[in-house]
Write a protein that binds this ligand. Sequence first.
Ligand code: PEP
Length: 294
Amino acid sequence: MKPRCIQPGNGTRMQYCLAMLALIWYVFKTTIPSNGFGNRFASMIIAGNWKMNLTRQEAVALTTAVIPAASDNLGIILFPPSILIDTVRDHLASGNGNGGEGIALGGQDSHAAVSGPHTGDIAAPMLREAGCTWVLLGHSERRADHGETSAMVAAKAVQAIAHDLAPMICVGESLNDRQSGRAGDVVEHQLRDSLTGVEPGACFAIAYEPIWAIGTGKTAGAGDIAQMHGHIRSVLTSINADHASVPILYGGSVKPGNAGDIFDQQHVDGALVGGASLDADQFLSIIRSARSRA
Ligand code: PEP
């Protein structure tokens, strides 16, 4: 049987229009990456990196406490250990009452390959299938513990984006880099190398995390944060004008007591929170701070 061609002008113009609309909708659905916030970036994003912490029971209790904080004007992302993703996802789905919007789920890493002999690793499509819309890439702990380079981060980012995950790419200088006045250059190189191959229009975020501030209780000064975030914004813009509005989060010992000052800085679009994200009261307080500025 010959395929039926739909041609305009032969009595099937309406069918043609409907087919075109369906095609446009399909292309839109399959090519626009999602980030769990309805394909737009919230004005502020607060992300909790649980690292290698929490039992299943503790994860459920923490998720239960965070669920009421979901709101339209703020993006919340939880990055649980991969073995707890299903549990947190199911818990969010049953208790959110918000259709899952407002609280997104992410993996803490994903491999540059889709599958294969990589014991202990996890692939981007696996995270996507588990309900994640985000993945953390290039966290300084992975760069240090697993020897990850910015080139490896870029390969992972490209694969993540190809599987509809928004990467949150972490960059940040060491104490030595800062003290020797090289912080700006180091971060610029990390950015350029970690974004190689990431297409304009891709959905991603940057987390600026000075290594010396992670888990140490030390935070960069407000002026240094503002300066570095401004620098990151101009590097992103120079890589591609389409990257100009990418959210830039600050990370490094963000606590209820310093969150407000940090969020008041220009080009700070939220926070990646480690230690304080494990404590419901502290995490909720940071969320409230962000919401009052969103
Ligand atoms: C982090 O792990 O990304 C982080 C910023 O940790 P902390 O808030 O504990 O410094």
